[in-house]
Write a protein that binds this ligand. Structure first.
Ligand SMILES: C[C@H](CCC(=O)NCCS(=O)(=O)O)[C@H]1CC[C@H]2[C@@H]3[C@H](O)C[C@@H]4C[C@H](O)CC[C@]4(C)[C@H]3C[C@H](O)[C@]12C
Length: 324
């Protein structure tokens, strides 16, 4: 399972949890403007926007899971197993392999509006990166300060949904996730009133009773509701430290602890990492299952006019702060 969210304070933040039972080996990868970005089906854009994100890097090529570009447009791919369906390669079409979708958009689009237009021109195809790697079954959230969309390639074609919540989880399709929120409209951070019956003297005997009914399980439908509620009601000051901290708390509401979600005998899905980027500043923050300390990589600290990819290992060891 995975969950992605956006968050607006003074700056615009976005990120995701990456939940899985094994890791492909992740790195934080900065693709500078002159990295020779070539596409599988013949498209090329040599000079492009720079981007930073989490990727599995093969042969110096970043297979991005999530990333943000220097213009503040961000994107994350989340599992959409059983629903994702890509096209066959078509002669004469703008064929974009599923693993190229993130760099294809982020290298060319400075805003969500530009992304919406570019997506209309694309034929998203099922080409795998190589024979060792499967075709990933994903759907995507794309967002900047102006809003969010969800992109789902299904057997009927490409669906592009406005995403007014700025949240994405896994199955089912986004329209159903959004509709499901109707079931929770009475939830509130305030204490409830007794609307149950005038004849009964019902009392609020604990704080937090306004959110009674907020689903606490790990299913994606429930995580969608939980993150939406936490994000929509969460409060923080608007400076960097408080915004980033608050963002990690929002996604912390759907973290997966080892042991609670068994996917095969003795195999458990966990939150391998959580990311949060500041779209304006190009800073990519992350925590991992073992490293709760927030770690930051700033894309503007490398030469963004270079040609080579810069990668940083995803640090995964906890450093306890010894106070005495
Ligand atoms: C498994 C990851 C998604 C995690 C997730 O959504 N879990 C939910 C599980 S469930 O639905 O609820 O069952 C996805 C997100 C991004 C994916 C990776 C990226 O798409 C980049 C490449 C794409 C290649 O085709 C396959 C390897 C890969 C390196 C992908 C491996 C895997 O599919 C990743 C890592």
């Amino acid at each position: 399972m995975c969950t992605a969210a956006t968050y607006q304070t003074k700056d615009f933040y976005m990120g995701r949890t990456l939940d899985y039972e094994f890791s492909y080996g992740e790195k934080i990868a900065i693709m500078p403007r002159n990295y020779p970005l070539q596409y599988r089906h013949g498209l090329k854009n040599i000079e492009h926007y720079a981007m930073i994100g989490m990727a599995h890097v093969v042969e110096d090529y970043p297979l991005y899971y999530d990333a943000v570009n220097e213009k503040g447009l961000g994107m994350a791919g989340l599992n959409f197993v059983g629903n994702a369906c890509y096209q066959e390669v078509k002669e004469g079409a703008v064929n974009v392999a599923q693993y190229e979708f993130i760099p294809w958009i982020l290298s060319q689009c400075a805003s969500l509006n530009e992304a919406k237009k570019l997506i209309q021109t694309m034929n998203l195809v099922n080409t795998p990166y190589n024979e060792q790697l499967p075709v990933a079954s994903l759907h995507w959230i794309i967002a900047d300060q102006s809003g969010s969309i969800t992109v789902e390639s299904v057997k009927e074609g490409l669906n592009i949904y406005e995403n007014p919540v700025g949240v994405l989880a896994n199955n089912p399709s986004f329209d159903k996730q959004l509709f499901n929120l109707n079931n929770y409209m009475s939830l509130s951070p305030k204490q409830p009133q007794n609307l149950f019956s005038k004849e009964l003297d019902l009392q609020t005997y604990s704080r937090g009773m306004g959110a009674l009914g907020l689903p606490g399980d790990l299913s994606s439908m429930s995580r969608f509701v939980r993150v939406a509620f936490t994000k929509m009601n969460g409060q923080s000051r608007d400076n960097e430290r408080d915004s980033v901290n608050q963002f990690f708390h929002i996604l912390g509401s759907v973290e997966q602890q080892r042991g609670c979600c068994e996917v095969a005998d003795g195999k458990y899905e966990i939150t391998i990492y959580t990311s949060c980027w500041n779209s304006q500043k190009g800073i990519y923050y992350y925590t991992t299952y073992n490293r709760r300390q927030i770690t930051a990589v700033n894309m503007h600290k490398v030469n963004l006019d270079a040609q080579q990819l810069t990668t940083y290992p995803m640090l995964d060891d906890e450093e306890f702060y010894e106070q005495n």
